[in-house]
Design a protein around this ligand. Structure first.
Ligand code: PLP
Length: 496
């Protein structure tokens, strides 16, 4: 019997005008939101009744897009993280831009799966990768791809570094070498590197976390000693992960020295430059970061210090054959053809773990064209100068203390009061930070540096102005003064 197809359905709107209306509404809402962002609190607590809506049951039947959008506006849009705000300084997070958001919208409209094929998105991603190489002074032969973030960019590189050790790593894994592989980084290295080492089969005991000097840079002598020791113990040192901008303090390891070490020891140098590598665009840092050009691999984010909308990062690898050999895995359904849709550039799945991938390159392409690299250079430099200014303001204020020298765009400070012990100051500053967030004035984050709780301002914010920094510091001092009184009362109470 012939199959009868009746009442076929699809997901396109019944009335395209509804989509047009809501699309215009969304653009209006975006413009109002971003245009007036400064007037909004930097952070807002989510009320319980709103949180309850986050637990609703799986929708069974359709709703009107108007209702869905209204609910989004009330319960989701309203409680954004706030990293678009001019006084957001937490962790290391970028702002994104209006045009970046719109380009994501168009990328999503095309909905190209940038895995394989003969279509514009693949060519544009390759173009963006070649811009990345130019930006970083990286060899033109290098291969690379866009990934979701530096975490994945780091792991993508470390897998290639591991496979470079033995020609049989693909077939026999770590059993192809009769020695334990060891990698090296500083104690200040981002934890995603530890996670990467754990999942590529080495285990974190094989990641040597080398101590740092007083500027939080890897101690080269300790590193060399450890490598010597490991070789004596019949292990196989294979990779050093250098920092171009540590997450805690923005410190740069001495990359030139690390290069010397990898060259003498025949190891791989990977650089985690999540945000710090971008400082290479600023003349002042060009020499210090020159060694990036010589590294075997490099990871950096677009969504942090290039202010591109989440999520997009870049990985570059100096050794095209090794890179491809690591990830390529023949499959009949992925064979390239000479013509038609299945022709086109080498598939990105030959260079990383992902097959289906979105068109992340579009927002990078659009943003770089919209602004030009010189504007980014000026902005990155502006963030560095702002951070130095903030450091100066902290030093000028007797009630505040700078915990470590401002090395790039990260300022770690605390409120001080001689009445309190170190431990009490840690408590006090933690409370200051939470109240500062709740006030909605500003959202820096925190870290512990040598046991000291520091309020930490990371500035990758293109919306920040000098007065934002002033307001944040004034508010910290105000809260600190109030809290000091409360704390003193509590402490006398406790000692009675
Ligand atoms: C943010 C950061 C990472 C992780 O990057 P994601 O983009 O969040 O995956 C790695 N290293 C450093 C130094 C970072 O600042």
């Amino acid at each position: 019997m012939e199959i009868e197809l009746k009442n076929e359905i699809g997901l396109d709107p019944e009335n395209w005008e509804d989509i047009r209306d809501i699309g215009y509404q969304m653009v209006d809402d975006m413009v109002e939101f971003l245009k007036n962002i400064r007037k909004k609190p930097a952070w807002k607590k989510i009320p319980e009744e709103v949180k309850n809506t986050y637990k609703s049951k799986l929708p069974q039947e359709p709703s009107s897009i108007k209702d869905v959008y209204e609910e989004f506006k009330q319960n989701i849009f309203e409680y954004a993280k706030g990293n678009v705000h001019p006084r957001f300084f937490s962790w290391v997070e970028g702002n994104g831009t209006a045009f970046g958001a719109l380009s994501d919208f168009m990328a999503s409209t095309m909905n190209s799966n940038v895995a394989i094929g003969n279509h514009s998105a693949l060519y544009i991603e390759n173009l963006v990768i070649s811009w990345c190489k130019e930006m970083m002074g990286f060899s033109e032969q290098a291969t690379g791809m866009l990934v979701s973030g530096a975490s994945i960019a780091n792991i993508t590189s470390l897998i290639v570094a591991r496979n470079a050790v033995s020609g049989k790593m693909k077939e026999d894994g770590l059993y192809s070498v009769n020695k334990k592989l060891v990698a090296y980084c500083s104690t200040e290295t981002h934890n995603c590197v530890t996670k990467a080492i754990e999942v590529i089969g080495l285990g974190n005991n094989q990641l040597r976390k080398i101590g740092v000097n007083d500027k939080f840079e890897i101690d080269i002598n300790l590193l060399i000693k450890q490598i010597e020791q490991d070789k004596k113990d019949d292990m196989l040192p294979f990779c050093i992960i250098g920092n171009a901008g540590t997450v805690n303090t923005g410190a740069f390891d001495d990359l030139n020295k690390l290069l010397e070490v990898v060259r003498t020891e025949n190891m791989w140098l990977h650089i985690d430059g999540a945000f710090g590598a971008l400082a290479k665009l600023v003349p002042e840092y060009q020499d210090r970061l020159k060694a990036i050009e010589e590294a075997d691999s490099l990871a950096f984010d677009f969504h942090k210090w290039l202010y591109v909308n989440y999520e997009v990062a870049c990985v570059l690898i100096k050794h095209p054959e090794l890179h491809r050999k690591t990830y390529a895995s023949p499959a009949n359904y992925l064979l390239a053809h000479d013509r038609g849709l299945a022709a086109g550039p080498d598939a990105f799945s030959n260079y990383g773990m992902e097959l289906s991938r979105g068109f992340k390159a579009l927002k990078v392409w659009m943003s770089l064209k919209e602004n030009g690299i010189n504007k980014y250079k000026a902005l990155i430099n502006q963030n560095i100068q702002q951070s130095r200014y903030l450091g100066q303001q902290v030093e000028k204020n007797k009630k505040l203390e700078l915990i470590t020298e401002v090395s790039l765009n990260i300022v770690c400070f605390r409120y001080v009061n001689t009445k309190f012990t170190g431990k009490e100051l840690n408590e006090l500053n933690k409370e200051i930070l939470m109240r500062l967030h709740e006030s909605g004035v500003a959202t820096p984050s925190y870290t512990l540096l040598n046991g000291i709780y520091a309020i930490r301002v990371a500035n990758t914010n293109h919306r920040t102005r000098k007065h934002d920094l002033d307001l944040m510091l004034d508010t910290c001092v105000k809260i600190g003064d109030e809290l000091s009184k409360e704390f003193s009362k509590m402490l006398t109470h406790e000692s009675n």
